[in-house]
Write a protein that binds this ligand. Sequence first.
Ligand code: FAD
Length: 306
Amino acid sequence: QYDVLIVGGGPAGAAAAVYAARKGLRTGLVAERFGGQVSDTLGIENFLSVKSTQGPQLVAQLEEHVKEYDVDLITAQKAKQLNTENGFAIELESGAQLQAKSVILATGARWREMNVPGEQQYRGKGVAYCPHCDGPLFKNKKVAVIGGGNSGIEAAIDLANIVEHVTVLEFAQSLRADAVLIKKARSMGNITIITQAQTTEVVGDGNKVIGLNYRDHANNEEHHLALAGIFVQIGLLPNTDWLKGTVELSQRGEIITNSHGATSIAGVFAAGDVTNTPYKQIIIAIGSGATASLGAFDYLIRHDQA
Ligand code: FAD
């Protein structure tokens, strides 16, 4: 039985593991894929003290750091159920059960994709999902933002300060963002908003994005936009399907945590992109992983009679 069992091996899970092990707790970490979203990232320039790195390199460093400690690292295993009777148990898809006195959920999130030709091919080569991360790569260039919800319009306002021009493409007839954001976007000289626009293809030159095609639903006409970057902002999906009916989730399916990383179930903590934290970044996931571990430690010293 583990004192702390962490589910997820992204930056949040890795930080939680190091913090738990450094408290002398018997620590296990189970992950489908160690590294999480960072494994899919090219350049990273906003992780403080590391001016510039690549995702796979940061993942290797996270793994090396975790392995410095006595952490039971179980990878290529997917959790399918959290049981909360008689302590905690995580049931894996393989059928195995891992027992623990406390659990930290750090299963992260994934960006909803457009599912159009070219999107996968040019991911990281012009197709981007994170304006905070990749915005500066498109300084003085033309970009599009796909999605006219709050995150899309926020992204457009953010990018408009850096890039030459932003075109927002929204599928519906009107934008779903808050009126104050729409007003701000409309007041900026370099944002164009097109509604009823369905992106049909990411166009590249073999190496990088050079534009996109979209269909105007009002008249079914096809259009082409020449641009260097496409920011897809149509939703971030937390990996919590397997947790429904256990910990309390927000309307978006994110795990609700308090300032100690605690969830609605005493002894179950959560960290990183899977939670209702408003900003999803590596540095924030790492901080919240540390918080969740310290929260679990506090819980154990109060509840663990063994
Ligand atoms: P994740 O990284 O999503 O890790 C989740 C972990 O849980 C993985 O190990 C996964 O395999 C595991 N898992 C999921 N479900 C299960 C399950 N059922 N059972 C077992 N394991 C499971 N942030 C920055 O700060 N700077 C950047 O430059 C940057 N660029 C980005 C570029 C891209 C393309 C993407 C997609 C994201 C980027 N981000 C960036 C965001 C950053 O990667 C995330 O905020 C961060 O990885 C979140 O960490 P996490 O540990 O919460 O979750």
